[in-house]
Design a binder for this molecule. Sequence first.
Ligand code: SIN
Length: 303
Amino acid sequence: MANLAVQVAGVSFKNPIIPASGVFGYGREYEQLFPLSKLGGIATKGTTGTPRPGNPAPRIAETPSGMLNSVGLQNPGIDAFIERELPNLLTKDTVILANIAGSSVEECVMVAEKLDDTDVHMIELNISCPNVKQGGAAFGTHCDSAEAITAAVRKATKKPLVVKLSPNVTNIAEIAKAVESAGADAVSLINTVLGMRINIETGRPILRNNVGGMSGPAVFPLAVRMVWQTAQAISIPVIGMGGVSSGADAIEMMMAGANAVQVGAAIFTDAYAPIRILEEMEAWLDAHHIAHVTDIIGGVTPW
Ligand code: SIN
């Protein structure tokens, strides 16, 4: 059997598959279906300084081969996360990436400082949420602001710091270089692609927020392209995500340059998707006599 272990920013993962932030909550529903220890890691729902109710409904819309969401960072706040959710997650023998967000640099710094005093394994700083007016993608769509918030959070924590990037930019590799220079230990990409649906009978947007972030298989080629471009531009590791639905997709993402792979929307149509993807990857590696999954990272040979 192929060895599936990978390293990201000095952290050892038993395999490269990580449910993405926002699709897996804090794992409580899924631990009734399979042992969370089978996962390489878990990225938790974005946590902010204070509880947030999120955006008004409707905040989900279907799209061909994907979905739009405008959840708006609904979460119980950092204190509740640390008291109620993190202790359970830390018993699961898997890497916990605490995804954090905020409306201001100060809020993100405060959340990172609180996590620094815990045993969480990594922090994933979300500078790419398209669904909030303040913070989110406002930080992540310009090199200067991306660099400034990364530098501030870097100072606030010694935990390995992953910065989650927005695809809603002209050149994602430039943003990645900016956060690398500010001290990020890794980047994760892509967050969702800004989109819109309209109910033609009412003339209203389907989402109450008018616009939302698109994910699912339709964005997979965009994600592969951006992972490939980013991995070539920086020296720190890349965690790839965006429409990964099969073991073949995960292999492709790693060939593009990802050291690990997050699985998002696929979990909404198949709750076992992370386990299935892992098994499919393993079968593919064995069929191709590849002894270690790390052998495929960045393995694409461009024409
Ligand atoms: C949300 O809660 O709006 C989704 C988070 C994100 O896209 O970053």
